[in-house]
Design a protein around this ligand. Structure first.
Ligand SMILES: Nc1ncnc2c1ncn2[C@@H]1O[C@H](COP(=O)(O)OP(=O)(O)O)[C@@H](O)[C@H]1O
Ligand SMILES: [Mg+2]
Length: 182
């Protein structure tokens, strides 16, 4: 995958498949610490301890229970090859948090790519879900909630192309301001 936002898309899709009704995406760039954190948190069905052990290990999992799924192993690899770390916390019936941390300056860190495209595509595909997007750098923070958007647009569906276009513009502007160059 050529950029981190495509990994993000894959991890958000897992949350959708897990039946989440809320998905929270965090992108945090700590330039002073040279760390970029991406995380996806959901209230989906969660994973058992056994599944959790299997999903992080591409060799074990591809050979036995799983056929194709490489979303998590690839996301994990993207962090580990960029001087970072990876973790999953999950509880059956409660939800899952997947977190990848990257060394911003690492030569093998992929570019962030378009978080705006990833998030708006997910909203278009699954407009029944509520999304929270938290964007942070050392100096400021931007929080976006689909609940707030719905309140403002009233009867207009959130997946309306005009609304999606507007949201994409807004998220692009924020990510450019907070993470420009990352
Ligand atoms: N957010 C999540 N909630 C519950 N289960 C999950 C979640 N993310 C991943 N899983 C479990 O881990 C498996 C592996 O995920 P992944 O590596 O993305 O491959 P795939 O989605 O193709 O199966 C999924 O099939 C699912 O069983
Ligand atoms: Mg997947």
């Amino acid at each position: 995958m050529k950029d981190l936002s495509l990994h993000l898309m894959d991890i958000m899709q897992n949350s959708v498949t897990a039946g989440a009704s809320h998905i929270e995406v965090l992108v945090r760039a700590e330039k002073k610490k040279d760390l970029l954190t991406l995380s996806v948190k959901d209230d989906g069905k969660g994973m058992s301890g056994e599944t959790l052990r299997q999903v992080s290990d591409p060799f074990y999992t591809t050979r036995t229970t799983r056929k194709a799924g490489l979303g998590i192993p690839l996301f994990k690899a993207s962090a580990e090859m960029a001087g970072g770390s990876f973790s999953i916390e999950s509880e059956i019936g409660k939800g899952t948090v997947v977190t990848a941390v990257y060394q911003i300056s690492h030569i093998d860190r992929k570019p962030l790519g378009s978080v705006a495209d990833t998030v708006t595509m997910c909203i278009m595909g699954h407009p029944e879900i509520e999304y929270h997007l938290i964007l942070e750098n050392d100096d400021s923070e931007f929080v976006f909630r689909t609940e707030d958007v719905r309140e403002q647009i009233g009867e207009v569906p959130i997946e309306d192309p005009v609304i999606i276009g507007y949201l994409k513009e807004m998220i692009m502007e924020q990510t450019e301001g907070l993470f420009g160059g990352i």
